[in-house]
Ligand binder design. Structure first.
Ligand SMILES: Nc1ncnc2c1ncn2[C@@H]1O[C@H](COP(=O)(O)OP(=O)(O)OP(=O)(O)O)[C@@H](O)[C@H]1O
Ligand SMILES: [Mg+2]
Length: 243
């Protein structure tokens, strides 16, 4: 299993403000890797740096061995790296089907878009039933399905998911994570940012815990669920998931 994504000493921020202080991690081909950490830790900044929306101040990002920090976001999509952003960012006035088709804009994906659309509908049967509904009228869970489906329409090798569970009820989150496992079974490598730490660690192969722009802990997801430092920070009394 080779490294599909390799991040070394990544530094990034906004203006004079540095958020990422030399981040290093990797994702092997075929893995689901989780990036967890509290609000403001720099998870979205990391995702934006990986997908070419933010120019790093230092360090290296390699995609399939190729230095990716010189590429613009659409060039990264052509190379198989697709980001599903925090907050979904769908076109509210467009139908489910049209929102999905927007994802198939790179040439190799456009050529196969009918087959990929069928694949997305078989992963998310509910979207097939609601093809003509405007996205602005969908429930939060359905909108998240469209956002992920749109990402899949680009035929990614690697999908970056930034807090897909935001605002969803626990039962919907479990379903969503089952779908993420199914997406991996289709051969797509996944890097997922999550605040539902316990649930994501049950699904992921490995995880990195990030605080203040640095990786504080890393390991097999199953080991991290029982790590006292993770329990203290994320499942202890007063933490979000203990409530
Ligand atoms: N466009 C911006 N301009 C200036 N500062 C920003 C900008 N976006 C984010 N930041 C700051 O960068 C830091 C990291 O933010 P980031 O969005 O990466 O955190 P996060 O880990 O994704 O948090 P959350 O869990 O709340 O989504 C925060 O202090 C935030 O205020
Ligand atoms: Mg974020």
């Amino acid at each position: 299993m080779g490294k599909l994504l390799e991040v070394t000493g990544l530094q990034a921020g906004y203006g004079m403000f540095t958020v990422l202080h030399g981040l290093s991690f990797h994702v092997n081909e075929g893995e689901i890797v989780a990036l967890v950490g509290s609000n403001g830790a720099g998870k979205t900044t990391t995702m934006r740096s990986l997908c070419g929306l933010l120019t790093p101040k230092g360090g290296q990002v390699r995609l399939g061995g190729e230095l990716s920090t010189d590429f613009k976001s659409h060039q990264l999509v052509s190379r198989g790296l697709v980001c599903v952003p925090e907050g979904r960012q769908l076109f509210a006035e467009l139908s489910v089907r049209d929102n999905l088709l927007v994802g198939a804009s790179v040439p190799h994906a456009r050529a196969l878009r009918s087959q990929t659309l069928e694949r997305v509908y078989s992963l998310f049967p509910k979207l097939s039933e609601r093809q003509t509904q405007l996205c602005g009228t969908l429930s939060g869970g359905e909108q998240q399905m469209v956002a992920i489906g749109r990402g899949l329409m680009a035929m990614p090798k690697m999908l970056l998911l930034d807090e897909p569970s935001l605002g969803l009820a626990p039962s919907i989150v479990k379903q969503l994570f089952l779908t993420v496992s199914a997406i991996r079974s289709l051969g797509v490598t996944v890097l997922i940012v999550e605040q539902n730490v316990r649930t994501v660690l049950q699904m992921a192969d490995r995880a990195y815990v990030m605080e203040n722009g640095r990786i504080e802990l890393e390991g097999n997801a199953r080991d991290l669920v029982t790590d006292p430092r993770v329990i203290e920070a994320y499942f202890g009394s007063g933490s979000k998931e203990s409530l």
